[in-house]
Design a protein around this ligand. Structure first.
Ligand SMILES: [Zn+2]
Ligand SMILES: [Zn+2]
Length: 177
């Protein structure tokens, strides 16, 4: 996610607005279902580039209860300062004698990592696919949102397992009588 600052990089006091629509490279901890979009304003204060704005992305998460996937829209507020030297070509290297041929187009600020971090910070710690998700059965793995499983019944019966054990023994004793 790179912002081309060619139009403001060489002139302290200027600012520019930049539309953002960028795919965030998926990692193990962050998967965006589409581009992160929004607008960033960058102000060149001389030694610093002030970056402000709001972005929105949709991340795919795993429900902590049923492990089903869910999509969660995240709003990200960006408010960050970069040293002007953080642009890939430092302002200091600009050829002041030949402004027309200077490498203005190469003043590029990469906000990928910043946006990635902000998305992570805003990601819910324990996302659930729905309110009151019933999770999965610990025994057979059945998604209990889709319906009860066989073992759900058995688990309830375990309270009466003692009685159930008596039955065959009783009948057995009766048979012996
Ligand atoms: Zn769930
Ligand atoms: Zn089960």
């Amino acid at each position: 996610m790179k912002i081309d600052l060619a139009d403001i990089a060489g002139t302290p006091g200027t600012r520019g607005r930049y539309s953002i629509s960028e795919h965030v490279a998926p990692t193990e901890e962050l998967f965006c279902t589409g581009p992160v979009v929004g607008e960033l304003e960058v102000e060149n204060s001389g030694s610093l580039l002030l970056v402000r704005g709001k972005l929105r992305g949709v991340v795919r998460l795993r429900c902590v209860r049923c492990l089903g996937s869910l999509e969660c829209p995240l709003d990200v507020v960006v408010e960050e300062e970069f040293a002007t030297q953080d642009t890939e070509v430092g302002v200091v290297t600009m050829d002041r004698d030949e402004p027309e041929t200077s490498a203005m187009t190469e003043y590029v600020l990469d906000v990928s990592e910043l946006v990635r971090q902000q998305l992570l910070v805003n990601t819910p710690m324990a996302p659930a696919c729905q309110e009151g998700c019933r999770g999965i059965c610990a025994s057979c793995g059945q998604n209990l949102n889709d319906g009860s499983c066989e073992c759900a019944g058995e688990q309830i019966d375990t309270r009466w397992a003692g009685l159930a054990d008596l039955l065959p023994r009783d009948t057995g004793e009766k048979k012996q009588e």
